[in-house]
Design a protein around this ligand. Structure first.
Ligand code: NAI
Length: 392
């Protein structure tokens, strides 16, 4: 492959991993973030040198090209722009780069989570966009701007695009760069529906703490997360998954071009496909979680309160990312096609209240005001630039 100029938007774990792996292939890799403070910190820490520990424990040292908080310095000349930030940050990044992208730009968002396509189509209507179902790497920054540990790497994952008819050459090029086999899905809607984190994380949080949100425990009694999945919690996960399948089937019934139900995996299909031999006992969904080697020992999210006591932490990404950028999107699509989702509603409502974000109430208010008003926000108009696009 010829030497490419590539920009990675983000300075988190995934951005560090991606930057090191791609730079190691000899491409010019830039780092962009609209947050000036972290860009200053990034440059100071590593002085453009970025090390990575690979899954086989070998180490690489790479050199970065431009590191900047000024999108105009890097975006116009980049042949591929990766966006690797948590979903709540997608909008900020998209808006900051929007002025500098063109119809030729290729944007790759990893991972998209649910509903990314709505934001992207609204802010960057003319770009070629590829989205991946999840981050290909399990990775943690060891020293910000300097060193990242890439603990594991997935072999295959779903990729979707906007427009759905994007050239296969572009998909092939990104597949080669990331060294991952793409399973190309019908449309980005598949990624929205098949975002399995939205089932697992809120489902288990609800199962463990939904009825006892004010529980306190000592350090030794902090519950395990995935290994807490018993028959009751597995049932909740299965119903959440079934409700998403109901929405998928109804969308397919309405128009068989928008989604292929066989691409939206059920929770059982997903766990078997993802972890296969790492699961000791495949006799039930509960056992697939509790005997999964990849999940051993991982604790539920908690925060320390008085003395040596801990309480569940509901302001974790398992709630704050997987509900508003996950289950709540499914709920709103379900409403459009008139499918009832009582278990999703219960999980969203309970965890929203426990996290101090009453998602269900906010969702209902947003729908109500949209019906009796013409608020700009209902049409994606949030900034002066959005206004200018209409009037000028
Ligand atoms: P991270 O938390 O390390 O990313 C933080 C970075 O996001 C910040 O350094 C900043 O560059 C950017 N950011 C945060 N708020 C922003 C804002 N308001 N505006 C602009 N940029 C902002 O996240 P990480 O670990 O890189 O994960 C990225 C995504 O991948 C998340 O959705 C995460 O759930 C998912 N994921 C991560 C895995 C991992 O091993 N790290 C594994 C599987 C999925």
């Amino acid at each position: 492959m010829a030497k490419l100029n590539i920009t990675i938007c983000g300075c988190g774990n995934g951005a560090h991993a991606c930057a090191a792996l791609i730079s190691n292939q000899g491409h010019d890799v830039n780092i962009y973030s609209p947050i000036q403070k972290e860009i200053d910190r990034f440059i100071k820490a590593g002085n453009y040198k970025l090390d990575a520990i690979l899954p086989d424990k070998s180490e690489i040292t790479t050199k970065l090209n431009i590191i900047t908080s000024d999108a105009s310095e890097v975006i116009p000349d980049s042949s591929i722009i990766f966006i690797i930030v948590p979903s709540f940050a997608h909008e900020n990044v998209l808006r900051n780069i929007s002025e500098y992208v063109s119809e030729d730009s290729l944007i790759v968002t990893i991972p998209t989570r649910s509903g990314f396509e709505f934001e992207a189509a609204n802010i960057l209507p003319k770009c070629n966009i590829i989205g991946l179902q999840t981050l290909p790497w399990a990775c943690r920054i060891e020293e910000f701007g300097k060193r990242v540990n890439i603990i594991g790497k997935k072999i295959e994952m779903q990729a979707g695009s906007l427009p759905a008819t994007i050239s296969t050459i572009l998909l092939y090029e990104v597949e080669k760069l990331l060294d991952i086999k793409f399973s190309i899905v019908k449309s980005m809607l598949t990624l929205t529906l098949g975002n399995v984190g939205q089932i697992i994380h809120p489902g288990i949080m609800y199962g463990i703490f939904g009825e006892n949100g004010d529980v306190k425990f000592k350090e030794n009694d902090i519950p395990l997360f995935y290994q807490s999945v018993d028959e009751d919690i597995a049932k909740i996960l299965k119903i959440l998954s079934d409700e998403i399948q109901d929405v998928t089937n109804k969308l397919y019934e309405n128009n068989n071009e928008v989604v292929d139900p066989s691409e939206v995996l059920t929770i059982e299909e997903w766990i078997l496909q993802s972890y296969g031999d790492q699961i000791q006992d495949k006799s039930s969904l509960a056992k697939m979680f509790s005997t999964n080697a990849a999940y051993q020992g991982l604790k539920a999210p908690v925060k320390k309160v008085e003395g040596d006591l801990y309480v569940p932490d509901f302001r974790t990404r398992y709630v704050l990312e997987d509900i508003p950028y996950g289950l709540l999107i499914i709920k709103s699509i379900a409403d459009i096609v008139d499918v009832k989702t009582p278990q999703i509603d219960k999980v969203v409502n309970t965890l929203g209240i426990l996290a101090g974000e009453n998602y269900m109430e906010l969702y209902e208010s947003a729908n109500k005001i949209a019906q009796i008003s013409r608020l700009p926000i209902s049409y994606g108009i949030k900034t002066m630039e959005d206004m200018e696009n209409i009037y000028l």
